[in-house]
Design a protein around this ligand. Structure first.
Ligand SMILES: Cc1ncc(COP(=O)(O)O)c(C=O)c1O
Length: 365
């Protein structure tokens, strides 16, 4: 269904852009997800017509019929990627075509139309360039881009909608961790699964995140930072956190990450780390790792580091594993050496301070 790739964007004038002083104040300490830039991209899709009506214009509230399908059956997908301002002022995206591919994989799982990859990348590029004054001024800040697609047909039957809207919004984001990355404590969910075989775990759809809120709240309530999910069949194998993939580092040099079994999100950070680790000659394995083994290896000292990875926080050390059976420290309980090394490289590549050997960085105008 990849049609109309050659769409051109109509520019809609903004009648009242944010006042410069107000924008500058917001950019000094944007936090995450609460400050938004002035513009947005919208493209419509309709059965028989394909993608049409591509615009970049003022960011305004959507007006939806109360029967709009997404409000009832959650036919919705999204992506998350960061735009960076490098030291020389150049704007850059990190592997946006990988987000475009994953967006379409999610679309297929949710019975939604494919968006041509070049249109996805172009829409993100256009919004970054249009809102180039919205980069945070804090050290380590970025412009977080949120492309998403919703079923926009007003119809209450349970079937794939015949109309969709694709949008991109941008949100200035501060440095996730103000100084370095503190080790997080994670809680193993015993009562909840994130995704079952045959389900939507590998898709980036809103429903997965709605389902993770109760177990995440349980982790916080118990004094931990994040929840880790086990597989839904045996409740034995480590899958991922609510919004990050996991890596384990052993004293014999082995590195393990859970395989893309269809129940975890294929993280772009995960994929980039696998490439960097293999290239460095490290002994990397995509294989299942059980909770029981994780506990035993952390206790014996065989496991020396664990880290989580994803776009938002890049690479985050995991210092403690907790569950109904008690707690265990991982390594020293603080950031490990390899974790720090990977973090420095992955933070540096898109910012232009570490060489981009793989052509991962797309420089914008
Ligand atoms: C469930 C889940 N797993 C893993 C990730 C990490 O993916 P990425 O590295 O592409 O940001 C994310 C974040 O997008 C996520 O939501």
């Amino acid at each position: 269904m990849a049609d109309n790739p050659g769409l051109t964007f109509e520019r809609l004038p903004h009648p009242a852009p944010t006042d410069a002083a107000q924008r500058v104040a917001a950019l000094a300490n944007p936090g995450f997800g609460t400050v938004f830039s002035d513009h947005m991209v919208v493209i419509d899709w309709e059965e028989g017509k394909g993608w049409h009506n591509a615009t970049i214009g003022p960011r305004v509230p959507l007006s939806l019929d109360p029967a709009t399908a997404v409000l009832h059956y959650a036919q919705e997908i999204f992506e998350g990627l960061k735009a960076y301002k490098q030291d020389d002022g150049a704007l850059a995206l990190f592997r946006p075509e990988a987000n475009a591919r994953r967006f379409n994989a999610s679309a297929r799982r949710l019975a939604m139309p494919d968006l041509p990859e070049e249109l996805f990348v172009e829409s993100v590029r256009l919004l970054v360039e249009t809102d180039r004054d919205w980069f945070p001024t804090v050290d380590g800040g970025s412009l977080y881009m949120r492309p998403f697609m919703i079923a926009s047909e007003a119809f209450l039957g349970v079937r794939p909608a015949k109309k969709y809207k694709y949008l991109v919004i941008a949100s200035p984001a501060g440095n996730y961790f103000k100084s370095g990355a503190p080790a997080v404590s994670i809680w193993v969910s015993r009562d909840y699964s994130r995704a079952a075989p045959g389900g939507t775990g590998a898709a980036k759809c809103g429903g997965n995140y709605a389902a993770s809120l109760v177990p995440q709240a349980e982790a916080i309530e118990r004094g931990h930072d994040q929840v880790v999910f086990l597989d839904a069949e045996e409740h034995k194998w480590i899958e991922e956190l609510g919004g990050m993939n996991l890596f384990f580092v052993f004293d014999d040099g082995r590195i393990v990450t859970p395989p893309l079994s269809g129940t975890i999100l294929p993280g772009i950070t995960r994929d980039s780390l696998l490439t960097l680790a293999r290239e460095a000659g490290l002994d990397v394995h995509e294989e299942r790792y059980s909770l029981e083994q994780w506990r035993a290896d952390a206790a014996s000292g065989k496991l020396i580091e664990t880290f989580a990875c994803g776009t938002a926080a890049v690479v985050t050390p995991v210092g403690k594993l907790a569950g109904h059976d008690g707690e265990v420290l991982i390594g020293s309980g603080g950031p490990g050496q390899l974790t720090q090394k990977f973090r420095d490289r992955l933070v540096g590549i898109p910012r232009g301070t570490v060489e981009d050997k793989h052509g991962w960085v797309m420089k914008l105008g």
